[in-house]
Write a protein that binds this ligand. Sequence first.
Ligand SMILES: O=c1ccn([C@@H]2O[C@H](COP(=O)(O)OP(=O)(O)O[C@H]3O[C@H](CO)[C@@H](O)[C@H](O)[C@H]3O)[C@@H](O)[C@H]2O)c(=O)[nH]1
Ligand SMILES: [Mg+2]
Length: 221
Amino acid sequence: MDKITKIRVEELPPDSPYMQPFRFFYIQNGTEKSWDLLKVHDSVSIVIFNRTSKKLIFVKQFRPAVYHGIVTSSGGSLENIDLKKYPPKIGITLELCGGMEDKENLSSVEIAREEVLEECGFDIPVDRFNQVFKYKSGVGPSGASQTMFYCEVTEADRKTAGGGVDNELIDVVECSLKDAKKYISKGVINNSPPNFLLGIQWFLDQYPKKSKEVPQCACSN
Ligand SMILES: O=c1ccn([C@@H]2O[C@H](COP(=O)(O)OP(=O)(O)O[C@H]3O[C@H](CO)[C@@H](O)[C@H](O)[C@H]3O)[C@@H](O)[C@H]2O)c(=O)[nH]1
Ligand SMILES: [Mg+2]
């Protein structure tokens, strides 16, 4: 996954299927203003609990934006990058399974179902997904929405090893509740987004402290 070479950047052409940059103008209380925006797809993320192993299921992948952010914020440049100083593994994240809502004919929960199958290998019918949150994934350059679902799986639901589709390279990892709690208790979390922290904290809040069993999620779609 971290065998990455020939890194370079260039300006975004206008035909990107992933994002459209533009400038938004407005007058607020008599003052002319503008804001530079990025139109991006809404997305879904899924907190997955494996009832067989009693572990949470996460995904690991190389994220160019995270790599770029780490390199440039520490004074590095993407021009002739020194891969020894900035090994690509620093751009590998630990995240909830999730993806873009880029298919107009599919609802959010149908996209979530596809992502769980493609990225993690579990084939789960949509009625086993519960929506837990819907929020803005950003409020600065992008105001896209993200819907977070909860889904329980067992080994009987496993259809493939996961890993993503097309060119995706995704590692599926199982994490004990103890390790998940420890991870989000760190003050500085370099390689995970806020929805990951929210999803784990939400799950741990549901988990009954005195019982060994995790209850079915009580929230409704
Ligand atoms: O510029 C790009 C963008 C995407 N891809 C491809 O498109 C795929 C998109 O994968 P998908 O799983 O649909 O989306 P994610 O990259 O996982 O990201 C989405 O899902 C995440 C779920 O939590 C959110 O955090 C993000 O904002 C949202 O874009 C990627 O893996 C790449 O293969 C590219 O090749 N180039
Ligand atoms: Mg994804």
